[in-house]
Design a protein around this ligand. Structure first.
Ligand SMILES: NC(=O)c1ccc[n+]([C@@H]2O[C@H](COP(=O)([O-])OP(=O)(O)OC[C@H]3O[C@@H](n4cnc5c(N)ncnc54)[C@H](O)[C@@H]3O)[C@@H](O)[C@H]2O)c1
Length: 317
């Protein structure tokens, strides 16, 4: 990895990835492509590479790579708010952005690792293996599924690895607004002394994975021996009630959950990744248990003595 492009590189996962790549490959030239629609430069403080402020779906930025070498692309730029209903916009920005990336990668003979999503599984409620994909229940999931189809059919002679991230949480998700993780949103409520609000009756289970593990899985995917799509989760779902228990432990509080009706008809109430394909392809398995991840996040990034540093994107580095 000498010449790396990270799209969506100031976003939550993208900034953690860009900064970790900089740590691990100090001699690499790392370029971020980012239009800052759902993130801030504050996530990238300490980053020493170039930043191109373009929409990935535009074609104008491709010219900037005419004389720029490139061997590895991590494509994370995407509309990430799953409640966006403008179908044309979701499809254009997510899919056309990816088409540009594939065209560039083919011209440079660069490998591509890109973010798909567990949203390609729709509302299925069992442990999900990769062959279960293709039944998204919202336009966000459909855009990710279309990207996977594009990758599968692409004839560019390059390696393309899709990562179906499950529910990611951790430092630098602070600029995602409503699309931030349940962990962060529940933490903010509890920190303010309020009872944490969750859909009735808090027993919905999701495969929550810590961003530090996600960064590890993403870097490993670059060395995957073949083009494929794979799950990136823990394999062990956690209920909202369990999450609230650990947040109470981290904060030293005893706040009871407050339950309310779920207004969404396309809500995934159970997700669990089957991680055997990812393990076989890349040797990845998560390092952090959900409890250890929440404790690390709260104690080392979110609590007051760390909060200022965390919001500046400088903690943990
Ligand atoms: N966080 C999760 O739980 C999760 C789960 C499944 C999949 N994903 C995928 O992982 C990737 C990263 O997500 P994230 O959680 O870091 O979200 P994020 O919103 O923090 O990051 C996305 C970044 O891409 C940028 N962006 C969006 N559209 C762009 C475009 N067309 N051109 C240039 N920049 C653009 C945004 O400004 C943002 O910085 C996304 O592709 C997302 O769909 C995330």
């Amino acid at each position: 990895m000498d010449h790396i492009l990270v799209t969506g590189g100031s976003g939550f996962i993208g900034s953690n990835l860009s900064l970790e790549l900089q740590n691990r490959f100090p001699k690499a030239a790392i370029t971020v492509l980012e239009d800052f629609r759902s993130s801030s430069f504050k996530n990238l403080l300490g980053f020493r590479g170039d930043v191109l402020a373009f929409n990935a779906a535009d074609r104008s930025w491709l010219d900037l790579f005419k004389n720029r070498p490139l061997d590895t692309i991590f494509h994370l730029a995407s509309i990430t708010d799953t409640t966006v209903l403008d179908e044309k916009k979701m499809m254009f920005d997510n899919v056309e952005g990816f088409r540009n990336i594939l065209e560039l990668a083919a011209a440079k003979k660069a490998r591509v690792v890109y973010a798909s999503s567990a949203a390609v599984y729709g509302s299925q409620t069992r442990q999900l293996k990769e062959s279960d994909g293709g039944v998204p229940n919202n336009i966000y999931g459909f855009s990710k599924w279309t990207m996977e189809n594009l990758a599968r059919q692409f004839q560019g002679g390059i390696k393309i690895v899709g990562l179906r991230y499950f529910n990611v949480f951790g430092p630098r998700e602070y600029f995602k607004g409503d699309a931030a993780s349940m962990t962060y949103k529940l933490y903010l409520q509890m920190k303010a002394g309020k009872r944490p609000k969750v859909f009735k009756y808090g027993e919905q289970k999701r495969d929550f994975i810590y961003v530090k593990d996600v960064v590890e899985a993403t870097i490993r995917a670059a060395d995957c021996p073949q083009s494929t799509s794979m799950n990136v989760g823990t394999g062990e779902p956690t209920s909202f009630n369990q999450m609230i228990e650990v947040l109470n432990e981290a904060l030293g509080t005893q706040l009871e959950p407050e339950y309310f009706d779920n207004p969404y008809d396309f809500y995934q109430s159970f997700t669990q990744a089957d991680m055997s394909h990812a393990m076989k392809m890349t040797g990845f398995s998560r390092k952090f248990s959900t409890r250890d991840a929440i404790l690390d996040y709260v104690r080392n990034y979110l609590e007051p003595e760390y909060a200022a540093k965390a919001v500046l994107g400088a903690s943990g580095r």
